[in-house]
Design a binder for this molecule. Sequence first.
Ligand code: MG
Ligand code: MG
Length: 269
Amino acid sequence: MIYYKSTEEIELIRQSCLIVSAALARVAELLKPGVTGLAIDAAAEQVIRDHGAVPGFKGHNGFPATLCISRNECVVHGIPDEVPFREGDVVSVDCGSIKDHFYGDSAYTFAIVEVSKEIVQLLQVTNDSLYLGISQAIEGNRIGDIGFAVQEYCERRNGYGVVRELVGHGIGRKLHEGPEVPNYGRRGAGAKLKIGMVIAIEPMINLGVKHVMQSNDGWTILTKDRMPSAHFEHTVAIGKEKADILSDHTAIEVAIKNNKDLKEISKKN
Ligand code: MG
Ligand code: MG
């Protein structure tokens, strides 16, 4: 089911998204070798609660934490644990919040130095593909235009695996609303994009094959070939000439620049 939002409701979603962005910026300050996922999770939850919001993922379908922390061969939905981060880890962090009944949702993937050139390239291409997808999120286009832009760039131009089983989504009073927003597709196919639609666009891109599997914990999604994976996400409102990006990665990127243990990712767009 697609729920169309009023301007006021979109502003409420923006507020929720900005709280998520603040939590992810805190993650970018703290992430370094030796720190645990549980410690990062507690810090992110504190940021969310300090803003008068509630973690959006905790308790959602029984998920136990504020953050999904997905390391290396984990694609998404990793559960924060006590295993310290190490040099060379690729760490995808996904965060949601609920503020004034509306969800915010955003994700970023961090690389703890030193990392290989091919990891840096994977992160850059995945992040750039997010913005290529967002550039298609305009009135009159279709869902398939977003997926096509992401797939074309990641799969055909860069030879990466685009995950099929997990997709972006509409978002609002529910974390997952219609329509589904796949990271693959055909131009001009799928639901028509209209003003009032708010969607989370979230490329999940594998260095190796596109195939994934679920781990025994019932949550974590792993790459089948155990190669690393990256994940970047923004919540956006469909715009007339250009999408309105409701989440914001600026503070995250500033924090990465100031954290000597994290590798900076340059942006194309
Ligand atoms: Mg997310
Ligand atoms: Mg999402």
